[in-house]
Design a protein around this ligand. Structure first.
Ligand code: XMP
Length: 508
């Protein structure tokens, strides 16, 4: 398959480059600059990302260009541009004026294939402390701005290009065109990587890989595991067995409805009621990380036991997606653990199953597109993310069945109202939190002393940062009234107006 390789030299924009390339229906993969893959025939071009380093720093990434430069087309971005200049006898120095922010192109080489169709005065986004003072002899300028003469260059005699600005960021108005010129025109990718072609190739590859083997997969009700299951189902039919565990911490009626919709999709799915195992493991625990660990290990035991009943199962399928893969192999290494779920726990070593991950090359929105392509209902695809430990991390303090029931009822009113008001799809994630306090209220003539709940709704792209949603006051007023009137034991509703950071989406 035609592939563009992106070498990550530590830039915060590396994933953005990948997203932009994939929007052109071209497949690309990100590798760390020090783990360059073999440049096979499929590799149509290489992109060098930017970096927070200066090429003159002692510990700057010293990417070895020898396996690809001059052999396949190369595009250096920012640090990538400076690196090649530095390596081949030019001069990179600290910039005297600040080269940060918007700039306009004041010169464009009309002959340059990379700059084809790009207009003079087009806005580009600069973000660097160093600048290219002097190009080596066989490097030719292809564009300049008022302050940066060597804004872009081509190395003569080879298809190697570089630009000091960032075509991947939104502020470079014709950045997508430059990337398109590179991957489609210069690298000659045909732009045929679409959800449809992904589905066809994946199914074919899964059939070859798995043959007649049996596979088990843990369904969670979420988008990733559902799409992974459907792809496998299409590839190997009944050789796939799915296990859907009711941990007793799901949304109201969720286990029954989701199980029914899985069965409706033709999946061979075993529903396991393991509520009591989870409740027992959670008894007496109040600390969030301990809750997660208790739930994680109970899940492993339940899943392991059920999977053990499937004779001759050889593979364990997982819905791992690309950000998880990149995270664990990035330049910076796995980021610091803030909540333990961000590091996928893994299953017991003694399971001895081989791992198959059909979605490991996709970003989240691509998973949704693939899901749509294979006919998953919008209802399933548009679901808000829901944490693995479920309501356990939305009940602050100790978990009891009574508290779960209260929170399920509150959450159900909130989520149903969002759907009725056509707000559900505008919100990235929403839910309710049961606080470990009671407050005084008055109902009829009686003083009450009951529970407090908080509602949380956020806007986000990937959950890494989030802002609270400005839900209409009338909506909040109605929902609050309904909750207090209908859910026994609750006499106060608050709305969470904190952003992430510094808060997180979940309260625990
Ligand atoms: P935070 O609370 O870290 O949440 O801002 C970011 C996203 O991750 C989800 N989340 C979890 N998902 N297991 C999960 O599978 C967990 O323990 C967990 N904690 C948080 C959260 O719902 C949000 O989508």
């Amino acid at each position: 398959m035609q592939t563009i390789i992106i070498l990550d030299q530590g830039s915060q924009y590396t994933q953005l480059i990948a997203r932009k390339i994939r929007e052109l229906n071209v497949y690309c993969e990100i590798y760390s600059y020090n783990k360059i893959p073999e440049i096979t025939e499929d590799v149509k071009g290489v992109i060098l990302s930017g970096s927070p380093y200066s090429v003159t720093d002692e510990d700057a990434p010293k990417t070895d260009l020898s396996s690809f430069k001059g052999k396949v087309p190369v595009l250096g971005i920012c640090y990538g541009a400076q690196l090649m200049v530095n390596n081949y006898g030019g001069k990179v120095e600290k910039s005297i004026i600040r080269e940060y922010g918007r700039a306009r192109l004041s010169f464009i080489d009309k002959q340059s294939r990379l700059m084809n169709g790009v207009n003079l005065e087009s806005q580009v986004w600069m973000s660097h402390g160093d600048t290219i003072q002097q190009l080596p002899d066989d490097f030719k300028i292809i564009c300049s701005t008022k302050d940066v003469e060597n804004a872009g260059y081509k190395i003569e005699g080879e298809e190697t290009y570089a630009i000091q600005f960032h075509p991947e960021v939104h502020h470079s108005k014709q950045g997508s065109l430059i990337l398109k010129n590179f991957v489609i025109d210069i690298c000659q990718c045909d732009g045929s990587w679409t959800p449809k072609s992904f589905v066809e190739t994946t199914i074919k590859n899964l059939r070859e890989q798995l043959q007649e083997d049996k596979v088990v997969l843990g369904l969670s009700g979420g988008v990733d595991s559902s799409v992974a299951a459907m792809l496998l189902h299409k590839a190997i039919g009944n050789n796939l067995t799915c296990i859907f565990v009711d941990n007793g911490l799901l949304r109201k009626n969720e286990f029954i409805t989701v199980l029914a919709s899985y069965k409706g999709m033709g999946l061979n799915v075993i529903g396991v009621n393991a509520k009591n195992d989870f409740y027992a493991a959670l008894r007496g625990i109040t600390e969030p990380e301990k809750k997660r660990k208790a739930i994680g290990s109970t899940f492993i035991n339940v899943f392991d036991y059920q999977a053990g009943k499937i004779e001759n199962a050889k593979w364990l399928a997982q819905g791992t997606i690309y950000p998880d893969v990149i995270e664990s192999s990035s330049v910076k290494g796995p980021s610091q653990t803030i909540k333990s779920h961000h590091n996928v726990g893994g299953l017991p070593k003694n399971m001895k199953l081989k791992i198959v991950e059909p979605l490991r090359s996709l970003f989240k929105d691509e998973v949704r597109k693939v899901g749509k392509e294979i006919g998953l209902k919008d209802e399933l695809l548009a679901r808000h993310p829901f944490p693995g430990p479920g309501l356990a991390i939305r009940i602050l303090g100790e978990i009891t069945e009574e508290k779960i029931k209260i929170l399920q009822d509150v959450d159900d009113i909130f989520i149903s109202n969002l759907k009725k008001a056509n707000l559900y799809n505008k919100v990235w994630q929403a839910g309710a939190i049961l606080l470990p306090i009671q407050s005084v209220g008055v109902m009829g003539d009686e003083r009450t002393y009951e529970r407090v709940v908080a509602l949380r709704a956020v806007e986000s792209v990937d959950g890494m940062t989030a802002d609270w949603c400005h839900l209409p006051y009338e909506f909040l007023a109605d929902t609050s009234n309904q909750i207090i009137n209908q859910v026994k034991g609750v006499n106060r509703v608050c709305y969470d107006i904190s952003s992430k950071p510094p808060a997180t989406i979940e309260w625990e």
